[in-house]
Write a protein that binds this ligand. Structure first.
Ligand SMILES: Nc1nc2c(c(=O)[nH]1)N[C@H]1C(S)=C(S)[C@@H](COP(=O)(O)O)O[C@H]1N2
Ligand SMILES: [Mo]
Length: 503
């Protein structure tokens, strides 16, 4: 038992010191997080889909805790063999350090390997020190002579000391990491310029009572990305490079970007990983620089069919059809959401947004570079993992009230929700009860084709348990098909259905 505890303490010390060193290099280089990030990249698509579906936004903390537990168990095992086979134990810890360094190297420059190497060295050294203080072999505490008892006390003191080092280093790392985060402070005091073209005022009556807020508060906006550690970018040293097949490559600073004419638009964003009835759809008031102005500045050569965007979020890349950035729709490089600079998790200092396309082919956060190129020349992160190369949003609808299995009050028997088909617009929403005839729901006021549309329907059937299904038709005439499909590789199809009890 004492051996296993020793192993856990050694592993903890190694990880704690590694985390602390990483706070000076890059949080991403922390052994735990580097391994986690490498696992996210390497995970086969079905595993990733399962994680997003099952754990939602909590999938990352769960992954990190899982890896942490595995490493501590590994430490316990190493501890149990450490007195009989010290070399094997040291080699196991060393190998783990190398593995962590390897994982970190897939995330960034060579300095990223340092924290895991240091962790490995600390682990091996701590084990060695503890072993030279002897202790474990004594199993029965009765027959101990004075000398053994003294040495045992010495060992326990050293073990306690190591545990304290582990905790202090780990916490220290967290504190240093936060203190270095001056970029966020700069963001809080930043005031964005006013748009030259404000968002058109929303007509009265876009909101149906009880349905999701028409404009999603920034804090409630859905979040989907592959980054385990939210990048905290310093806007003062950030730049955006536009290059590739262009006549005048361009690098803009944050101030230069903000100095360009800004427009403000209300746009609904959706994730391809949204299940039928799911929460990965939100609407914001976005402030940004129109792509058409950026395109005009660089002079795009003929033959360009995609813009390949790069992110400071390590190896994330994204393919966006050039046509969608240049056909007059409100595609932009975004700097603000709902009147504030973008939050760190939202892609500060700048991200992309293109109405009508799923986020994974259009909404790159922590944007660093836009390369005008071809689909033949560059393959994006998700495309190389089997997802669609170009993915317009699918027409979808969702019932928000009543919640599934809830009771519909007799005083206000309203079934209501949202429907979306960005950049095509919603023509019609229909509802059917218990699989009978489709009836048109009442559409709320229309904010524009790039926005979702709310709808409502007054239920007038008998009391008891019933089902309700919804389907939308967009202005191109596409009606949602009945057949459910998986979200992979181009988004879920099918009708949202709920069960409810009417009073
Ligand atoms: N850098 C980066 N940008 C990204 C992603 C990512 O993983 N990394 N995910 C994309 C996906 S899949 C979606 S749906 C949107 C979600 O944006 P949000 O988190 O602001 O809602 O961001 C996109 N931009
Ligand atoms: Mo997404």
């Amino acid at each position: 038992m004492l051996r296993a505890v020793t192993g856990v303490v050694v592993a903890g010390a190694a990880l704690g010191v590694g985390h602390c060193v990483a706070s000076l290099v890059s949080p991403v280089a922390s052994p735990l997080l580097a391994v986690g990030s490498a696992m996210i990249d390497a995970a086969p698509t079905p595993v990733k889909e399962f994680a997003v579906r099952t754990f939602g936004t909590a999938d990352k903390p769960i992954l990190v805790s899982g890896i942490g537990v595995v490493l501590l168990i590994f430490g316990a095992l190493v501890g149990t063999i450490a007195w009989r086979r010290p070399r094997t134990a040291a080699a196991a810890i060393g190998l783990l350090g190398v593995a962590g360094a390897g994982a970190a190297l897939t995330r960034g420059p060579w300095t990223y390997a340092i924290p895991s190497m240091v962790a490995g060295v600390v682990g091996v050294a701590a084990l060695r020190v503890l072993r030279t203080r002897t202790a474990p072999p004594a199993a029965q505490s009765t027959a101990l002579d004075a000398a053994t008892r003294r040495s045992r006390r010495g060992f326990l003191v050293t073990l306690g000391g190591t545990a304290v080092v582990a905790a202090v280093a780990g916490l220290g790392g967290a504190v240093v990491g936060r203190a270095r985060d001056a970029a966020s402070a700069a963001r809080r005091t930043l005031r964005l310029p006013a748009p030259v073209s404000a968002a058109a005022p929303l007509p009265a009556g876009v909101q149906v009572p009880g349905v999701s807020p028409f404009i999603t508060p920034a804090a409630d906006f859905y979040r989907v990305d592959i980054s385990l550690v939210t990048p905290h970018v310093d806007a003062a040293s950030w730049t955006l490079t536009l290059d590739g097949m262009v006549d005048h490559p361009l690098t803009l600073t944050y101030d230069e970007l903000l100095a360009m004419p800004l427009v403000e638009r209300d746009i609904t964003l959706t994730c391809v990983s949204n299940e039928v009835g799911g929460p990965y759809v939100s609407t914001g008031r976005w402030l940004g620089v129109p792509f058409r102005d950026l395109i005009a500045r660089v002079g795009v050569r003929s033959g360009v069919d995609q813009v390949y965007s790069y992110s400071l979020d390590s190896n994330y890349t994204c393919s966006t059809p050039f046509q969608a950035l240049n056909d007059g729709r409100d595609a932009m490089v975004v700097v603000g959401l709902n009147g504030e600079p973008l939050a760190d998790e939202r892609g500060y200092p700048a991200r992309m947004l293109v109405p009508g396309l799923f986020g994974f082919v259009s909404a790159t956060k922590w944007l660093s570079r836009l390369e005008f190129t071809t689909y033949t020349a560059r393959t994006a992160y998700w495309t190389s993992r089997g997802w669609a190369t170009n993915a317009p949003v699918l027409t979808q609808s969702r019932i928000d009230v009543p919640k599934s299995l809830a009771t519909l009050p007799a005083t206000r028997p309203v079934i209501a929700g949202v429907a979306w088909a960005q950049h095509r617009g919603i023509a019609k929403v229909e509802i059917r009860i218990d699989g009978q005839n489709w009836t048109e729901a009442t559409l709320a006021a229309d904010g524009g084709i790039d926005l979702w549309r709310q709808w409502s329907y007054v239920y007038s059937g008998p009391p008891g348990l019933h089902s309700a299904e919804v389907r939308a038709t967009d202005l191109d005439g596409n009606t949602q098909p009945e057949e459910r499909t998986k979200v992979f590789p181009r988004g879920a199809r099918g009708w949202h259905q709920i069960q409810f009890t009417s009073e």
